[in-house]
Design a protein around this ligand. Structure first.
Ligand code: IPE
Ligand code: IPE
Ligand code: MG
Ligand code: MG
Ligand code: MG
Length: 320
């Protein structure tokens, strides 16, 4: 059984603990900043088609964790990228991620009624509006990236657009969702399930970590190191999401739980059991005491993220 690449040693994490409150504060600040940017870049409800604007805003401003934006900003900070630029990329990925959630919840997919602690978009509006709001959030992500305010270099903007398109499309998130849907009829093994999770969830995380080095026009080596880091993080994140479905509560998750088993989803929990999936997450994170505690899975993930990012000790370089 091949193991994913681990970029940080357990010692490097243990030696440099990050107080949770500090981390939470940083995430809170980043979330507010990206919400301000989303407020600026999303259309205000207007015109004959204002219903689609309302649905886009309903889904986006429902209070997600904003983890992907946080990753974009954290990785871009490693290179001293100017924050208006990284915030635009952060807003783009959050728009695209929110589209993926709206569509994931549709009756023809996971058929969920609750998301981010409130009725899903197709329940609050209707299915057609939810499909269209998702489409509009997907496409606006590329509009945001392609505008000169994101970066003065057209080459950089094109690379961001191309990488996000690959991550979100049939070789990435959409392909993973296809396997996820089909796996209900055709059970998958361990390797196939890992591949599915790396696609449906990991690919967008990879983009989040690549965007900083792309914006900074950093070296290929820096770019690949962050990409490898993101590969493990994305898989770890999906295992944690699957554990939360198995052992979490509706109140803490803000969405339905105990559905993966009922729907016959392919997850590492279904293959390895809850303990086995926790061990897998622990192997990925190498922070065993935290990984054993399901109620703080979220904090564990963020701590892993920060602790690992802090092991990247590059000199800051300012882009022109
Ligand atoms: C949920 O992602 C979808 C998965 C990929 C598991 P998040 O757990 O990041 O959802 P929000 O953005 O906080 O609502
Ligand atoms: C969805 O995975 C991943 C996406 C690409 C949206 P899940 O179906 O497990 O996500 P949740 O549990 O509904 O948030
Ligand atoms: Mg799903
Ligand atoms: Mg789902
Ligand atoms: Mg899930």
């Amino acid at each position: 059984m091949s193991r994913p690449v681990i970029l940080s040693s357990p010692d490097s994490i243990a030696e440099r603990p990050q107080p949770f409150f500090d981390l939470r504060m940083k995430m809170h600040v980043a979330a507010r900043q990206v919400e301000d940017m989303l407020e600026q870049v999303l259309p205000k409800p207007a015109g004959l088609h204002k219903r689609v604007h309302e649905a886009m805003r309903y889904a986006i401003f429902a209070g997600g964790k904003r983890l992907r934006p946080f990753l974009v900003l954290s990785c871009a900070n490693l290179f001293g990228v100017e924050s208006p630029r990284s915030l635009r990329v952060a807003a783009a990925i959050e728009a695209l991620h929110t589209y993926s959630l709206i569509h994931d919840d549709l009756p023809c997919m996971d058929d969920d009624d609750l998301r981010r602690g409130r009725p899903t978009t197709h329940v609050a509006f209707d299915e057609a509006t939810a499909v269209l709001a998702g489409d509009a959030l997907l496409t606006i992500a590329f509009e945001i990236l392609s505008e000169p305010a994101t970066h003065p270099s057209a080459d950089v903007r094109c690379r961001l657009v191309a990488e996000l398109a690959k991550a979100a499309g049939s070789a990435g998130m959409v392909g993973g969702q296809m396997i996820d849907m089909e796996a209900v009829e055709h059970p998958l093994g361990y390797q196939e399930t890992v591949a599915l999770q790396r696609m449906k969830t990991g690919a967008l995380f990879e983009f989040c970590c690549e965007a900083g080095p792309i914006l900074a026009q950093a070296s290929q080596n820096d770019y690949e190191r962050l990409r490898n880091y993101a590969r493990d993080f994305g898989l770890l994140f999906q295992i944690t999401d699957d554990l939360l479905d198995a052992v979490g509560t509706v109140e803490s998750a803000g969405k339905a739980v105990a559905k993966d088993r009922e729907q016959g989803k392919a997850t590492l929990v279904s293959i390895l059991g809850v303990e086995g999936a926790r061990q897998e997450a622990a192997t990925l994170a190498r922070w065993n005491p935290m990984a054993r505690m399901p109620r703080i899975c979220g904090i564990f993930l963020y701590s892993f993220l920060i602790a690992t990012l802090r092991t990247f000790d590059w000199p800051k370089k300012r882009i022109s």
